[in-house]
Design a binder for this molecule. Structure first.
Ligand code: PBG
Length: 330
């Protein structure tokens, strides 16, 4: 029996034909490249569980930023590893810290490179939690205090904006964080600085390698009282809606690959830019398999990133940003 070729195959006949009907496109400007900055000099230390990702001291950062820029990337997500930590994360808003200094320098090197500042306390607290710990009055249990954490987060966001950050990206999952930070930024004269809200951040095992990288693993307990339960999707809508009402300018879903349904849901429900964070273990798994020769890294990465765009992400935060930008040029 013969079956006539249909339009499905007619439209796949050649490279140009496929390009003509392609629905989803990936551009370097849609990718955000995360960078870790640290104290000291001449440091470019590879993170063992994230091959190809490094801690940079300020003097080694410049070449990396230039390279990213020359590949067409225009957004960086900055994480700082402070010189000191305390109970309430006060080095997070120290204007002399590497985070703020790196921001100032990057804006000098490349004024049109967007600096996105991670606004959280977990790298800055001794206990590694994203907020300030108090003893619950009834149970005596250690709990995260929402209000006092917000105060420190606002100070942190303002110090980052003062250093030149173009976008504030609060990843702490406190209640009311968008409203508090928006008000703080407005009051300090930064009404023009957008907030990329980590609206839907799951309590995920996919952050493991990052916590090695950022030295931010919680020293006790876990983050389940403030990050979301991976089993929930309606709750994701509530989280996102809160953030929209509080003034968020962009909505993030994190992690990305196991949560593509959530990306699609947010894309369909809201008209703000949707951001997907392709997190550390998603990176590490691909790297490990590639190093073993089990997968074609380039093909896998491009398929993953295109898939995230197709699912509805306008912007993708990924440790593969430089690789992808390079492959897109080929
Ligand atoms: C916490 C934070 C996390 C990541 C970035 N900021 C997660 C966490 O430790 O809870 C994870 C990023 C990644 O895994 O790539 N503020």
């Amino acid at each position: 029996m013969s079956f006539p070729i249909t339009r499905n195959r007619r439209l796949r006949g050649s490279k140009s034909m496929r390009a003509l009907v392609r629905e989803t496109h990936l551009h370097p400007e849609q990718l955000v490249y995360p960078l870790f900055v640290t104290h000291g000099t001449n440091i470019k230390d590879e993170i063992p569980s994230m091959p190809g990702v490094y801690h940079f001291s300020l003097d080694r950062l410049e070449e990396e930023v230039h390279e990213a820029y020359s590949l067409g990337l225009r957004s960086l997500l900055l994480f700082g590893l402070p010189a000191s930590k305390d109970e309430c994360g006060s080095s997070a808003h120290d204007e002399a810290e590497v985070m703020q200094e790196a921001t100032r320098r990057i804006k000098k090197w490349h004024p049109d490179m967007l600096v996105i500042a991670d606004t959280c306390l977990c790298h800055y607290t001794e206990h590694g939690h994203c907020g300030i710990i108090v003893k619950d009055k009834l149970t005596g249990e250690a709990v995260i205090d929402n209000d006092s954490t917000l105060e420190v987060l606002v100070k942190t966001a303002v110090s980052q904006a003062r250093a030149g950050a173009d976008i504030i990206a609060p990843s702490n999952m406190m209640d009311g964080y968008v409203q508090a930070i928006r008000a703080g930024l407005d009051e300090a004269g930064f009404a023009h600085i957008p907030i990329m809200a980590y609206s839907v951040k799951y309590s995920s095992a996919f952050y493991g390698p990052f916590r090695d990288a950022a030295h931010s693993a919680p020293q006790f307990g876990d983050r389940k009282t403030y990050q979301m339960d991976p089993a929930n999707s309606r709750e994701a809508l509530r989280e996102a809606e809160n953030d929209v009402l509080e003034g968020a300018d962009m909505l993030m879903v994190k992690p990305a690959l196991a949560y593509m349904d959530i990306i699609r849901m947010l894309r369909d429900q809201f008209d703000l830019p949707i951001v997907a964070y392709n997190v550390s273990a998603e990176y590490a798994m691909v790297k490990a398999a590639a190093q073993n020769g089990w997968i074609d890294e380039k093909a896998i990465v491009m398929e993953m990133l295109t898939g995230l765009r197709r699912a509805g992400a306008d912007i993708i935060l990924t440790y593969f940003a430089k690789d992808a930008a390079r492959w897109l040029k080929e």
